[in-house]
Design a protein around this ligand. Sequence first.
Ligand SMILES: Nc1nc2c(c(=O)[nH]1)N[C@H]1C(S)=C(S)[C@@H](COP(=O)(O)OP(=O)(O)OC[C@H]3O[C@@H](n4cnc5c(=O)[nH]c(N)nc54)[C@H](O)[C@@H]3O)O[C@H]1N2
Ligand SMILES: Nc1nc2c(c(=O)[nH]1)N[C@H]1C(S)=C(S)[C@@H](COP(=O)(O)OP(=O)(O)OC[C@H]3O[C@@H](n4cnc5c(=O)[nH]c(N)nc54)[C@H](O)[C@@H]3O)O[C@H]1N2
Ligand code: SF4
Ligand SMILES: [Mo]
Length: 854
Amino acid sequence: MNNSDQFNASRRQLLKRSLGGTTLLGLTGGFAFNPMLEAMAADLPKVDLRTGTGQWVPTTCQGCTSWCAKQVYIMDGRAIKVRGNPHSKIHDTSSCPRQFLGLQQVYDPDRLQSPMIRTNPNKGRDEDPMFQPISWDKAMDLLADKIMALREKNETHKYALMRGRYSLCNDLLYSKMTAMIGSPNNISHSSICAEAHKMGHYYMDGNWGYMQYDVKNTKYILSFGADPIASNRQVSFYSSEWGNTLDQAKVVIVDPRLSASAAKAHKWIPIETGQDSALALAIAHHALVKGLWHKPFVGDFNDGKNRFVAGQEVDDSSFSETHTYGIVKWWNLALKDYTPEWAEQTAGIAAADIRTIAEEMGAVAPNVQVWNARGAVMQTRGTYTSMACHALNGIFGSIDNEGGVFPYNKAPLNKNFPDPDAYMDAIAKKGKKHEKIDQRGRLELPALKKGKSGKGVVTGNVATALNAADPYNIEVMLAYFNNFAFSSPESKQWEKALSNINFMAHITTNISEFSWFADLLLPSTHHMFEKWGVLNAAGNGVSHVSLQKPSIKRMYDTRQDESEVPYLLAQKLAEKGFDLPWRYINEQLLDPETGKPAKSIDEFPELLAKYVTAPIWGEDGHKYGEQLSGWDELKEKGVWNTHEYQLKSRWSKFKTETHKFEFYSKSFEKALTKHAKKHHVDVNTVVDACEYSGYDKVAFVPNYQAPIRDGSAKEFPLLFVDQKSRLNHEGRSANSSWYYEFKDVDPGDIAGEDTAKINPIDGKKLGLKTGDRVRITSTVGSIECTIALWEGIRPGSVAKCFGQGHWAYGRTASKEFGKTARGGNNNTIIPTRFDRFSGASAFYGHIRIRVEKV
Ligand SMILES: Nc1nc2c(c(=O)[nH]1)N[C@H]1C(S)=C(S)[C@@H](COP(=O)(O)OP(=O)(O)OC[C@H]3O[C@@H](n4cnc5c(=O)[nH]c(N)nc54)[C@H](O)[C@@H]3O)O[C@H]1N2
Ligand SMILES: Nc1nc2c(c(=O)[nH]1)N[C@H]1C(S)=C(S)[C@@H](COP(=O)(O)OP(=O)(O)OC[C@H]3O[C@@H](n4cnc5c(=O)[nH]c(N)nc54)[C@H](O)[C@@H]3O)O[C@H]1N2
Ligand code: SF4
Ligand SMILES: [Mo]
């Protein structure tokens, strides 16, 4: 019993005594008129007056990357309901509609309840793994044996750690253990998430990360693909604020489909998928021609006379820039030709609309904001779309400005655990030197994270690389919180690759498509209710750091993925004579207050969360945000907030090569040139190898690159538009019945169905009506689902939510578990393609399809 339980118990007794045994439930409705309860009210938390028992416990939702701070209401060890944590200065108590799905997930009867071992040696989608329960001890023993066998062969590079969703306590399992075991292969899911998005930010303003948007003070929102009230990175806050935003600002949403945000917007531009950069560039062009750039940020012509005339070069020396670099270079290299008429011809966007948007934005600059999102940039040439969209934030001076866009406030955390060098023996050091399994850094896969060739991950290429055994095979894989056989494009490739891995262990809550290929299943705690973790989010001008904290009686024989599993593994390895990871845990991961290691596994998860957050609850917390009295206060509140973002704080201190906002990206020039040199070729050879179309110096500025389409328009006449559901917890909602019952919160969708939406014009041509079953076929596969005729999708395109089409995961997610899918997984029909400069998988723009009635 902890303190608050005791408190509750004694309070219950007190109430019982004073009420002479009357049941509380019968009374709660009328307490306001009961003088005795009124008198006691001052001493009681409000919630208890309403319910008689229970308490709100803080935690964090990871249903999506909003990472909202939550409170869970616990009664008798069970979670009953969820709300926003009022201590968060981002979203307060507000929330999104899918917060409650977590309850159905943690109490999902199909959860994995104990470790299991595969007894069918054959692997494949059609092979029943015949999993049998085993103990944790045996399971970890087996995994440790497999790792020891690699060490004996001096082949530790053939170990890989695959990470899907994660908390900021991941560094031990993800990175340090992998290094000590001796492998370079810690592979995250980032490049099937949103890496291309960061390219514009990083190579123009030096921020390898996402942005927050000052929606309270903005006068204009132009969104390329973002649907902030349904998806993206702070749904709770933006949803709660959106009504005011719509009153005070003009909102324009660019999306091939009528998203939830588009449905409420002042204007919806149903763009053809893959053509966003044409629109962004033409807006930029028109803004310059009309002299609408924000002069305090960009600067001006020396004599104040605008010389930007369509098609005409400008003398570089006639313009003096203030906080930006290369506006004239950009104009001369590319922008001068991107007239609104050119965009109309190239991408079918009305020139008049383009002029209107540019002029309206110019009129209220700098209080404008330009969003871009996965839909616009996770495409074959998405790096340049990312740059083109973000360049508008530069032109209109909205970077770090009121009503504009700015990066997350700094929240100091010990995310990177101590250097493991002293705990890496000769085998490990040798193993770690091998090329990484995803082939990052090769000529055709620059993955230029933070300016460095091969620094970014290429998650989507792992399956291809494994299937080619190039650079080598993986023999032992440990994976957690991921489902790449479902969530990564061309899922068939993953099924094949996973079938050929000697030994794979999956840490998971459910037997997913990925788990189906495992040798060992390790049941995980649910992240929101049963785990210690740390998360960091931003919005409303602040960042918060929020804890995940166990709040219920743990369901089943589960372990915490990022703390308990590596602890058990290190212990087992030590038993087998390899004690370096165990020593690392006990010598390096110490309680920041006592300086001591965890006494047992029971103490370890909390110790890690405490370690990671030490800088914010320690004495220096006030330098960055709220001053807390210590770890206990953070544990109780669950959230810590930074100070407000300092506007204009980065102006002329951007972390770019020139310290300016770079329209001509010197930073990108440097990165690409270094990558070319590494391969002894010139930049144009890299451009060709990576399937881009802008050569020489054009490669360093935002420029138009026609979208690559997969397949012929004759055979596949329609374009596929993938989207997130408002109810998606990434790929993890489909075993919850509420997901189907409320599915019509997604505009155009039918409740209970997996709905592809087609414009009535196309529907009529194909003889389709709403409710028909259809087959959708691309160059790489087919899926079946239900069709709806809907005006909210542009003609020529078909939109469908990602998230259904599971053939495993549970009885609700699949039609027949292990055999037949319920609905269709979009990734079955998305061909493997990349935005090679970022390493990101393409999920949009390239997918040609045909639709047939079945
Ligand atoms: N077509 C299409 N594909 C997409 C997307 C899309 O919009 N469209 N979105 C992409 C994006 S942005 C992302 S980030 C990726 C996400 O892709 P992944 O990182 O692969 O994550 P999920 O698909 O959510 O799967 C997580 C898996 O972890 C397990 N699991 C569930 N809950 C828990 C838990 O609490 N703890 C642990 N340890 N395990 C758990 C289950 O096996 C589950 O299948 O998908 C990408 N794929
Ligand atoms: N509801 C919900 N929200 C989530 C998540 C979730 O699973 N569910 N996951 C979280 C995660 S992991 C991430 S990474 C973020 C990602 O959040 P965002 O970066 O905002 O990305 P998505 O929502 O995946 O973007 C897809 C959108 O792009 C549109 N689109 C498709 N093609 C194009 C195109 O060519 N041009 C334009 N302009 N639009 C296009 C789609 O219709 C859809 O609205 O979302 C997070 N938020
Ligand atoms: S699903 Fe996303 S927006 Fe909703 S509560 Fe969870 S983290 Fe926040
Ligand atoms: Mo993501």
